[in-house]
Ligand binder design. Structure first.
Ligand SMILES: CC(C)[C@H](C(=O)O)[C@@H](O)C(=O)O
Ligand code: SF4
Length: 473
């Protein structure tokens, strides 16, 4: 293990500051500041704890939310019809009540997708270690917090001890120079990166994003970026906090008073990688080369700039990837070397912890104002949280969307994954702002094309995949 006196990366500083004990050359006992739970991955952990008759070490350091299984139709109050899902929600409620854990329940005004409500409710601060039984916990790196997903037995360990046996990751730096061109967003940037380094390209690494293009991103856009880093296999994603981060956090962390504020801000100021800090691997990208992306396959790295054809099979050098591409083409009903432009879509989904924040919805509303969703297309906007929904209603965004023919839903994971009522029909093609395009992800035999909110909005109006840069304003 590296010594603390060397130049350290941001990641290393975070690990060091949370190390309760060094266990061996690779593992430490890591202190966990905050643990988030959902209804899906927590039940067995509570059951294990009860079987072992162990108490929860720090109930105040856990927060729970119902998000994956929840219906998102507009009717209130929301009632989960599916008996197995309803039971998951009941169990979560019971477990939280029993152990004194804060729960954002089905009909709580603040409910939403875990990775959207935690930052917006001021729970995530720079320098924290935040864990959750969910892979997209990497999102919090956007706020300079070390977040990553954990498994059920680890959840149990955290509940019992507030610590985690943690294998320290290798480190990668992804530097993005230049500026994103018009029409390209953080979503396009991360798809571009994943397309280039591959779905396993950052496997085993904690990735730090830096460079002018990252500095220029809003905090919400940085969340989109860090959220999807896990789709390149990253074990964590980090962006050093800057003025924007500090402003974002202070505006939401209502418990930080004036006195704490100065101490917090000066502590956060040390959260950056020292100049000579070494990482195992570095990639450099030029943001000006990023085009609006569309995935053509069943893995997030199967992506192209919208004006490019899908790859020819011969252009894929690895036999395994070639086979994966062949299978993906078949599943997606597409051919190699074909254009995606003009491909009809039947569904459009704007939502998920990747792209259902207020800035995403503003972009969509700005584009669809005064227009209509194309005939034959069912388009849905699912805000990431109750607060995003209310804000969008306040700003008139909801009215614009409804007037354009979008369904305006209640918050939840929704059609990001087929675990609730919102699913694709077999063979339905969907322009989706989500993060995974795996087979069956949005419904059995459904066909998902990942893209940015702007690209999805354009597809909704055109009824087919188009280049957002040619979308008339
Ligand atoms: C259900 C949950 C465990 C899963 C995850 O870990 O990410 C889900 O949120 C997803 O996006 O696939
Ligand atoms: S919105 Fe999608 S990616 Fe995010 S937590 Fe829910 S299911 Fe997972």
């Amino acid at each position: 293990m590296k010594s603390c006196s060397q130049a350290r990366t941001l990641y290393r500083k975070m690990v060091d500051s949370h190390t309760v004990q060094i266990l061996d050359e690779h593992n430490v006992l890591l202190y966990v500041d905050l643990h988030l739970m959902n209804e899906y991955t927590s039940p067995q952990a509570f059951a294990g704890l009860e079987a072992a008759q162990r108490a929860i070490a720090a109930p105040g350091a856990h927060v729970a939310v119902v998000d994956h299984i929840i219906p998102t139709h507009p009717a209130k109050p929301r009632v989960i019809q599916d008996p197995a899902s309803a039971l998951q929600a009941i169990n979560l409620r019971r477990n939280c009540e029993r152990h004194g854990i804060m729960l954002y329940d089905t009909n709580d005004e603040r409910q939403g997708i875990e990775h959207i409500i935690a930052p917006e409710l001021g729970m995530i601060r720079p320098g924290m270690v935040v864990l959750c039984g969910d892979s997209h916990t990497t999102t919090y790196g956007a706020l300079g917090a070390l977040g990553f997903g954990i498994g059920t037995s680890e959840i149990e360990h955290i509940l019992a001890t507030q610590t985690l046996v943690y294998r320290v990751a290798s480190e990668m730096r992804i530097r993005v120079n230049g500026q994103l061109p018009l029409g390209a967003s953080a979503k396009d940037l991360i798809l571009h990166i994943i397309g280039s380094i591959g779905a396993q390209g950052a496997r085993g690494y904690a990735v730090e994003f830096c460079g002018a293009a990252i500095d220029a991103l809003s905090v919400e856009a940085r969340m989109t970026l860090c959220n999807m880093a896990v789709e390149a296999g990253a074990r964590a994603a980090l962006i050093a906090p800057d003025k924007k981060t500090v402003e974002y956090v202070l505006a939401r962390a209502s418990d930080i008073d004036d006195d704490m504020r100065n101490r917090a801000v000066s502590a956060w100021a040390s959260l950056f990688s020292d100049e000579n800090a070494r990482v195992e691997k570095e990639f450099i990208f030029d943001a000006s080369e990023v085009e609006p992306q569309v995935t053509w396959g069943t893995s997030p790295d199967q992506t192209v700039g919208v004006t490019h054809p899908t790859p020819a099979l011969e252009s894929i050098s690895s036999p395994m990837q070639q086979e994966a591409a062949r299978r993906a083409f078949q599943y997606m009903g597409l051919a190699p070397g074909a254009s995606l432009l003009g491909l009809p879509v039947q569904r459009v989904f704007i939502g998920s912890c990747t792209n259902a924040r207020i800035e995403d919805l503003r972009v969509v509303a700005g584009m669809v104002r005064g227009r209509r969703v194309a005939d034959g297309v069912r388009a849905m906007v699912v805000p990431g949280s109750g607060s995003v929904r209310r804000q969008a209603e306040l700003e008139g965004i909801a009215d614009i969307l409804v007037a354009a023919g979008f369904e305006w839903r209640q918050p939840g994971c929704s059609m990001c994954l087929a675990m609730n009522d919102d699913v694709l029909e077999p063979q339905e093609r969907c322009a989706s702002t989500t993060n995974r395009n795996f087979e069956g992800r949005q419904g059995r035999a459904g066909r998902t094309h990942l893209m940015s909110p702007a690209m999805a909005a354009a597809a909704a109006i055109a009824g087919k995949i188009i280049d957002v840069r040619t979308f008339a304003n």
